[in-house]
Design a protein around this ligand. Structure first.
Ligand code: C5P
Length: 299
């Protein structure tokens, strides 16, 4: 049996380039791993896939991406092996932190390591994309640009200094499909922002206006969920240097100059809102802490 850790992400920047013929939206987004993780215990068996989550609100069947990832992997290696998987959930569900997608990618990487003779890297990417637009990022970790549906990953070198961020997790979630449906087509950006253009041209994140940018979905999601817009305003007024929504929400993240001010900002948040600090993880640290073995060089 092997244990792997499955780290969450934030979208430090997210721009929408437009709606595609397949109904998805073309994105240019900046992903970063953060130090908030689920745990997956994987045991190889003679056949079939079983998942235990120990929680009634977490599906253990094919609705769970872990099961679909394991089945797709095992089909790709041609049978003769199965997996028994236990998921210990810590990443809040439905918050835009990518927990389910992270679990799927961890399942793919974990099974590839454990069986020793997995599909090629390109095949893993293909399987990851078929599971969801966010899944491929979690095969890479660290800092990366996501293009296309967010599933074409360009890994970037680590930040010089990890970011210390505070997360505000409301008690409700936002549906990704609904968030994108609410995005007004006329707000699409034909041209990449200066930040993304600089990164695409090979510039460093430090020279590309810094890592935290905008999120084009904020206005649409705040329209769907006015209480989330109110939470955003409350955090801005509590002297946060910057407040952003991650992905399609509902998680907001904030940067503060002073940790005491940050802690104080947590007082008086709406009931049921979790408030805690996280930091970004570089690629080598992510790789090691995930349980994937010797560190891979990032960048
Ligand atoms: O790929 P995933 O299942 O996470 O996406 C959920 C939904 O979010 C999609 O069905 C689509 O409606 C929307 N979406 C989108 N553009 C993206 C990613 C997701 O419109 N790049």
């Amino acid at each position: 049996m092997s244990t792997f850790r499955s780290f969450a992400k934030l979208n430090l920047h997210l721009e929408v380039a437009g709606r595609r013929a397949d109904g998805y939206h073309e994105l240019r987004t900046l992903f970063s791993t953060i130090d908030l993780a689920d745990e997956l215990e994987i045991e190889l068996t003679a056949g079939g896939v079983t998942l235990e989550t120990g929680r009634a609100d977490l599906p253990a069947g094919r609705e769970n991406l872990v099961v679909r990832a394991a089945e797709a992997f095992l089909a790709a290696v041609g049978g003769g092996v199965g997996a028994r998987i236990r998921l210990l959930k810590r990443i809040p569900v439905g918050g835009g932190l990518g927990g389910g997608s992270a679990n799927a990618a961890t399942t793919l990487r974990g099974l590839a390591l454990m069986t020793g003779s997995g599909p090629s890297e390109a095949e893993l990417e293909r399987i990851a994309r078929s599971l969801g637009a966010d899944v491929p990022f979690f095969l890479h970790g660290g800092l990366a640009l996501g293009l296309g549906r967010g599933d074409e990953i360009r890994p970037l070198p680590d930040l010089h200094d990890p970011l210390e961020l505070w997360l505000a997790l409301p008690s409700y979630s936002v549906s990704t499909a609904e968030a994108f449906r609410a995005f007004p087509a006329e707000r699409a950006r034909a041209e990449p922002s200066r930040r993304v253009a600089a990164l695409l041209a090979g510039g460093s994140i430090e020279s590309a206006e810094g890592p935290i940018g905008e999120n084009d979905l904020e206005a649409a999601v705040f329209g769907l969920r006015p209480e989330l817009g109110a939470l955003y305003t409350q955090l801005v007024r509590s002297r946060a240097r910057v407040v952003r929504m991650s992905g399609s929400g509902s998680t907001l993240f904030a940067v503060f100059e002073d940790p005491d001010v940050a802690r104080a900002a947590g007082i008086g948040l709406p009931p049921g809102t979790a408030w805690f600090p996280v930091r970004t993880l570089g690629r080598a640290e992510w790789h090691r802490a995930s349980g994937y073995g010797a560190a891979e060089r990032g960048g």
